[in-house]
Write a protein of this length. Sequence first.
Length: 175
Amino acid sequence: MSMSGRRRKRALPTTADRRAGRAVGVSLSLVLLTGCIPTLGDPLPRPVAMGRAADGRFRFVVPLCGGETVSAIEVVEHQTERLVWRASRPTRPEIRHGVIVVGDEDGFAEQETPLREPLPSNISVSVRLSSGIEVGRGFLLADVPERFASSGEVDHFGDAVTDDEFREQATGEYC
């Protein structure tokens, strides 16, 4: 109330005021939402390639950026997300530097979930790196031919490439 005891009349908002208010509201909403929505594309953008070790077992090749090492790996059945193998704290240099043979019992200090059965036909792999980043990819085992055991090649989204070609391309794109 004013000193005279009368109420001051408030002006009603104009159409322009309403539009400006909506514009501010929409802008704030967009800013808040974009902070909550992941960027477009794969949430694990750095690829992992799959090949075979000389003995025929499946192996993963993980491209690493400067100073990174492998910390842990997890393999799950793709459709059911059932944990198949989980290991951490690699003990061998080749594993720390991104070449991992599935089920390698001696290559890790911890086998949280040992590989006790043949791999399912469709798997997803996630590899945690020392940088805190997780990289991963899904695979159909049928897409990784047995000839890779002798050729040393890996499957990179349908292309057969050497470990070095894969790493060079991936580090050039992601590091």
